[in-house]
Design a protein around this ligand. Sequence first.
Ligand SMILES: [Zn+2]
Length: 97
Amino acid sequence: MRTGQLEVQPHCPTCKKLLDGFTAIDHDKKPKAGDVTICAYCNEVLQFTDDMSLKLASPGVIEECGLLEISRGQRQAREFKERVDMRRMIKESIGST
Ligand SMILES: [Zn+2]
C-alpha cells in the first residue's frame, strides 16, 4: 500500500475530479494498467485501463482484491485527502497574510 503523486493525471469517472494522487491497494509500486485504486474524492473503487485512464472496478476485480483490502484502501484514501486538504489550508492561510 502506498500513496503518492501520479505522473499521468486521469479523471475519476464518477466524480470527474482530476486525480493527481493515488493509493495503491495491493503493492508498493507506482500504479500500472489493471491496478485497482481508490478515488480520494469520492472513495470510488477504480481500475487503471491500458492507457492509464480510469474506469470503475468491476465486482469481480473488487472481489479479487478482497473487501478488507478495499476498505483499508478507502480509509487510506480518505486520510490522504485529509492531509492534502490540510496542506492546502495551511498554504492558503500563509498566502493570505
Ligand atoms: Zn471520484
